[in-house]
Write a protein that binds this ligand. Structure first.
Ligand SMILES: NC(=O)C1=CN([C@@H]2O[C@H](COP(=O)(O)OP(=O)(O)OC[C@H]3O[C@@H](n4cnc5c(N)ncnc54)[C@H](OP(=O)(O)O)[C@@H]3O)[C@@H](O)[C@H]2O)[C@@H](O)CC1
Ligand SMILES: Nc1ncnc2c1ncn2[C@@H]1O[C@H](COP(=O)(O)OP(=O)(O)O)[C@@H](O)[C@H]1O
Ligand SMILES: [K+]
Length: 495
């Protein structure tokens, strides 16, 4: 699914109005009905609904929502923030329709704000995607007061004051909802961690905007909400699904090799070899009998290039690897041999493989094009340097992927997969239960397994991240976020 910027969303609204065609007031009614559908599925008629509306189209939505909820028997109070003389046409029309049934309150000063605040659910329809400057005056005062309320808060389309696709000023006042119900497409700002408090849990409400227009819109940002794994042929055999090599583990971190190996096997790979330090041999053989196990000459670390790399279809390096000097030399050697003998094979680099790259930046030039790098934010910072805000981090992420022709998976809530063509694919699955040691090792195993089966690296990364998060969601359903551990993600992989 595409993510569009505010100007494109405006053009999409207009295109839908002209080409469907649908009068803009009816499109607003559709949006408001979509919101009301979401709302009535979660909240019953007990208690008040306090609607705070602006004077533009977001405010128009708020007034239409008020009318629809009133019709359904909800006790609705409407407060319009009187910040300007300018009103949108559809706001005016919805005000006209509403005033036939309900009294509205106009908020002009602090006393009006206090009078408007009662026990009830707060719906923020003050400003939407049209916001173009920091809040001030009576809107700012209202938001500051609403944010202090303990009531459940819901934003229509986007929280008042949050820019759709650019950073907000550090001391900006922005509404802090528990939920955002956004129309049709996710907005970029909602996917970035720094905006967590200004988004809450968000939901998409389909309002039937023109699909063809969306298809023709150019964008670098996408949202992965489904993937299509390849079908396995009935006549396939283990040779069909590739041979993966995982190079992982060091003394005290053999568990990382086990997690990555099990996840790789559960992702459909034909054969798996794990290369671990000598001290990991028995542990691996007992814990993962389905994998073949090779050992390094070094007892506690990985130090030596395996002999015949050409037999493997994909190699994953880094989980629990450590950063011993001999491991640094090993990484340099394997990157060089990938260039020389194995340019078309998949390579995944994670954890300490990335930390070694950060500490030896000249090695970055040896990265085979199409390699998949899976840093968490701290690892990415070591690789690419710091950033002032999440939009800047996104820019760095894209630049890195383009410069080195690699795929970078920046892990976290809505992991961002940046491709060498400059596009970024945000993931929809996963939960905070996955914030536990070993979850990243599981992801490395999954992506390595997909690469070995012949998935192009872009697809292996995007699909692997999606399935990893989905398995985490299944695990959370079973044991709850606090009780789940990385191994549960593996057990819950379903393809
Ligand atoms: N188009 C459609 O058909 C549909 C639209 N829909 C809904 O419309 C929403 C977008 O509506 P919108 O474009 O009217 O903008 P909105 O967010 O209401 O702002 C109003 C105006 O406020 C102003 N303003 C900006 N910043 C400000 C500030 N800090 N303090 C004070 N004023 C400020 C600025 O005007 P300016 O003053 O700059 O001339 C701006 O134009 C969208 O989120 C969705 O909810 C849905 O119904 C689906 C169909
Ligand atoms: N709050 C969250 N929501 C969704 N996914 C998460 C969340 N926290 C962590 N994850 C996922 O869990 C994994 C953690 O990886 P990482 O930090 O490398 O763990 P480790 O190094 O312990 O293996 C990543 O894939 C990340 O996207
Ligand atoms: K809003």
């Amino acid at each position: 699914m595409k993510i569009l910027i505010a100007d494109q969303i405006r053009a999409l609204d207009n295109y839908t109005i002209e080409e469907e065609p649908v009068p803009s007031i009816d499109l607003m009614e559709r949006a408001s009905k979509a919101f009301v559908r979401w709302y009535t599925e979660r909240f019953n008629q007990s208690g008040k609904v306090l609607i705070f509306a602006g004077l533009g189209n977001n405010g128009g939505d708020g007034l239409a929502i008020a009318r629809l909820l009133d019709n359904l028997g909800y006790e609705v109070e409407v407060n319009i923030i009187n910040y300007s003389d300018k009103r949108s046409e559809d706001f005016e029309e919805n005000l006209h329709r509403l005033e036939k049934m309900l009294m509205v309150n106009w908020i002009c000063d602090e006393e009006d704000i206090e009078n408007a605040l009662k026990n009830g659910i707060i719906i923020d329809a003050i400003l939407g995607t049209g916001v173009n400057r920091p809040l001030n005056g009576i809107i700012k005062e209202t938001i500051l007061r609403l944010n202090r309320s303990n009531s459940t808060k819901i934003s229509v389309d986007i929280a008042t004051g949050l820019y759709t696709d650019s950073p907000v000023e550090p001391d900006a006042v922005i509404f802090k909802p528990d939920f955002t119900v956004t129309f049709q497409l996710p907005k970029l700002a909602m996917l970035l961690p720094e905006n967590e408090n200004f988004v809450g849990n968000w939901y998409k409400a389909d309002i039937g905007l023109h699909v063809e227009f969306i298809e023709n819109c150019a964008t670098d940002y996408f949202y992965t909400d489904k993937i299509q794994p390849k079908i396995r042929s009935n006549f396939s055999h283990k040779g069909t699904f590739g041979h993966a090599l995982l190079i992982a583990g060091s003394y005290g971190s053999i568990g990382a090799a086990i997690l990555a190996s099990k996840a790789c096997l559960r992702s459909g790979v034909g054969l798996l070899t794990a290369l671990v330090p000598e001290c990991g041999y028995e542990i691996m053989q007992v814990s993962v009998p389905e994998a073949m196990c090779k050992t390094d000459v070094s007892k506690h670390t990985i130090s030596t290039l395996p002999k015949d790399l050409t037999v493997y279809n994909a190699v994953g390096i880094g989980c629990g690897l450590g950063k011993a000097l001999e491991t640094v030399i090993f990484l340099e050697n394997i990157l060089k041999s990938f260039h020389e003998i194995n340019p078309k094979k998949g390579l995944v680099l994670d954890a300490d493989a990335l930390n070694i790259l950060s500490e030896n930046k000249k090695l970055l030039d040896l990265l085979p094009p199409g390699s998949v790098l899976t840093p968490h934010p701290k690892e990415f910072q070591r690789l690419a340097g710091g950033w002032a805000n999440d939009f800047e981090r996104l820019k760095l992420l894209r630049q890195f992927a383009i410069k080195y022709k690699v795929i970078v998976v920046l892990k976290g809530r809505h992991s961002a997969v940046a491709l060498p063509n400059g596009s970024v694919h945000f993931n929809s699955t996963g939960n905070a239960g996955m914030a536990t040691g070993g979850s990243g090792d599981v992801l490395t195993g999954i992506i390595t397994g997909l690469l070995a089966q012949g998935y192009p690296p872009e697809e292996a990364a995007i699909s692997g991240v999606f399935k990893h998060g989905e398995a985490g969601d299944f695990a959370a359903q079973k044991s709850g976020q606090m009780a789940m551990i990385a191994g549960d993600i593996i057990e819950n992989l379903r393809w």
